[in-house]
Design a binder for this molecule. Structure first.
Ligand SMILES: Cc1cc2nc3c(=O)[nH]c(=O)nc-3n(C[C@H](O)[C@H](O)[C@H](O)COP(=O)(O)O)c2cc1C
Length: 174
């Protein structure tokens, strides 16, 4: 799929997935898209745990509590490391966001669907519970979860404001 088509087609998918597994080769391509993403000072502060094994996936879905996580055949857990790249400067949030968007585009390009799950991790101590489940060291933070699978429903794309409501050439507001 052309990159601009993937950008257009990507949308947050919050419904059931089909049972079809995501082949490891595809999961590697998706995560590699995250690995090659830009990062501040090339600090590469994001790491990834790909959960496919049914018992661990089930336990993770139980913590997440959503239909997407309960039915997704694979779940990518994005983990960040807070590290100063330059004096007084750390970029792990931005690094992780760049990796996540690259992965969302790769997921879309390969015909799968996902949703960027972050806000939900901040409730009910979910991030720490997931860290414990996956043996993630306490120097790291569970930041984003991406369920991955073949969508069962078509999903819906949200309306975005028109170009001239959000972007201008040469000065703010045109
Ligand atoms: C930083 C961030 C956090 C998000 N957290 C959640 C979340 O916890 N749960 C969820 O269902 N969607 C979450 N989303 C997805 C947004 O709700 C979604 O991107 C937005 O509604 C626009 O829809 P679209 O992705 O289909 O364009 C998050 C997105 C971002 C960028």
């Amino acid at each position: 799929m052309d990159i601009f088509e993937a950008i257009e087609k990507r949308h947050s998918y919050r419904e059931k997935y089909r049972n079809d597994p995501v082949p490891e080769e595809h999961l590697r391509r998706i995560v590699t898209a995250g690995i090659v993403a830009p990062s501040g000072g090339n600090g590469q502060t994001t790491e990834f745990v790909v959960v496919t094994e049914p018992a661990t996936r089930g336990a993770l879905a139980e913590i997440m509590g959503s239909i997407m996580c309960r039915t997704a055949p694979a779940i990518i857990v994005c983990v960040t490391e807070h590290r100063e790249i330059y004096p007084g400067m750390a970029f792990e949030i931005e690094d992780c966001s760049a990796a996540v968007e690259n992965m969302l585009l790769a997921i879309t390009g390969l015909g799968y669907a996902s949703v960027w799950l972050d806000g939900v991790l901040r409730n009910e101590n979910r991030a720490s519970r997931i860290a414990q489940l996956l043996k993630i060291p306490d120097t790291r933070t569970v930041r984003v979860i991406l369920p991955v699978g073949v969508p069962l429903a078509p999903g819906t794309r949200k309306e975005k404001l028109a170009f001239d409501k959000r972007a201008w050439f040469n000065s703010y507001g045109g």
